[in-house]
Design a protein around this ligand. Structure first.
Ligand SMILES: Cc1ncc(COP(=O)(O)O)c(C=O)c1O
Length: 401
């Protein structure tokens, strides 16, 4: 039997949800270059350059910096399965959906998880964690830097200090922070971190940047048993990414070209400029949302610029508004997770997508969708955002992109 289906043509979308974010055009072009074999010497040049760029993005000199095959969760698995041995006590503060995933994966690695639950929408309580760890020999502290389910930014320095006090390795999920807000893995005392390609780097999903400190490598060398996962065994991955370039798995050369281009674009623009762009777009978007009569879940001091959790007014139907945004305007935003299902919209302004044009387009479309659902916006969201953008333009950072 033969099938004659037309080519699948995805519709044009503006991706302003929790990820993926819109992919930069030159990254899409990079993906379309001819596939190289994973052991082609020419590809090794790209690997070396990617590693150097990832070190700059993570703010580290760690030799063991590379990208594993898979999405952000693969980076999480890779870090946790290399650093945890069965029975190890692992502290995981949980104040959102992804903290819970870290706890779950740590438990699957055999950890004795010391889970400290906090309030979703607020930073975790370091003092409560300290109390929970009393009398325990904590081996790893695992924290979500940017909790995408709520838009909260965790204070890495406070967790670094507690990790040192406990004599534990300190690791962080930087899936929603890499490229959006500063990460200085070395200064933040991170022994390992994982991220993704599809958010702040504006690449397609498919690879997960990871970095491991020398202390983390020592812990891995001292393991009493092999890493249970063959696919994520750091030693084997380093044999491929490093000098010997030994076969381990058939990594996608096309995804590597895309990551190379995405990282190159971020660094060509400059990390400081990139952070300023996220901050300006976010401030403008918040002003616009508030002008529409909407409020934010997270207080300003703890809020991520790149992920805004917006409370849905009680008389507004969540799914109808998001469906209108998608069908009438081609705009994707996210809904709430866990206890916030139906109560929050999650607006992502990440990487290439953190622009003046995207902010004003979203505010105009959201205003129209709210009116269509019978909710009268209090004021003009676009005008409020524009006031912030013109103020920011007079400042140091250009936000005209
Ligand atoms: C903070 C955080 N960690 C982990 C993940 C999992 O990443 P992925 O869906 O790419 O596997 C996500 C996904 O959004 C995330 O936001």
């Amino acid at each position: 039997m033969t099938h004659s289906l037309p080519t699948f043509v995805p519709p044009a979308r503006l991706l302003l949800g929790p990820g993926p974010s819109d992919v930069a055009p030159s990254v899409l072009r990079a993906l379309a270059a001819p596939t190289l074999g994973h052991l082609d010497p020419k590809l090794f040049e790209a690997l070396d350059q990617i590693r150097a760029m990832l070190r700059t993005l993570f703010g580290t000199r760690n030799a063991a910096t590379l990208a594993v095959s898979g999405t952000g969760t693969s980076g999480m698995e890779a870090v946790l399965c290399n650093l945890i041995e069965p029975g190890d006590a692992v502290l995981v503060p949980v104040h959102g959906y992804f903290g819970a995933r870290v706890a779950e994966i740590a438990a699957r690695c055999g950890a004795d998880v010391v889970r400290v639950d906090g309030t979703w929408g607020r930073v975790s309580d370091v003092a409560a964690a300290r109390v929970a760890c009393q009398g325990r020999r904590i081996r790893v502290v695992a924290v979500v830097h940017a909790e995408t389910s709520t838009g909260v930014r965790e204070d890495l320095e406070a967790w670094r200090d507690l990790s040192r006090e406990l004599g534990a390795l300190f690791v962080a999920d930087t899936v929603t922070s890499l490229g959006c807000i500063p990460i200085d893995a070395d200064a933040h005392g991170l022994d390992a971190a994982w991220s993704c390609t599809q958010k702040g780097l504006s690449c397609t999903p498919g690879l997960a940047p990871v970095t491991f400190s020398e202390r983390a490598l020592e812990r891995i060398r001292a393991r009493s048993r092999k890493v249970q996962s063959f696919y994520f065994d750091l030693g084997l991955l380093l044999d491929f990414w490093g000098g010997a370039h030994a076969y381990h798995h058939t990594i996608s050369s096309n995804l590597l070209y895309a990551l190379h281009e995405a990282a190159r674009l971020v660094l060509a623009e400059g990390l400081e400029q990139r952070f300023a762009q996220h901050s300006a777009a976010s401030r403008a978007c918040v002003a616009g949302l508030e002008a529409l009569g909407l409020s934010l879940l997270v207080e300003e001091a703890q809020r991520l610029p790149q992920l805004l959790a917006v409370r849905i007014p009680s008389d507004v139907p969540d799914v109808s508004v998001r469906t209108r945004l998608l069908q009438d305007f081609g705009i994707e935003i996210g809904g709430g997770l866990g206890p916030f299902k139906g109560q929050l919209w999650r607006v992502g302004l990440m990487g290439h997508g953190a622009t003046r044009r995207n902010v004003t387009t979203l505010l105009a479309a959201l205003g129209a969708c709210l009116r269509a659902e019978g909710f009268q916006p209090r004021g003009d969201g676009v005008a409020a955002a524009e006031r912030v953008f013109s103020g920011a333009e007079r400042g140091a950072a250009s936000v005209a992109r």
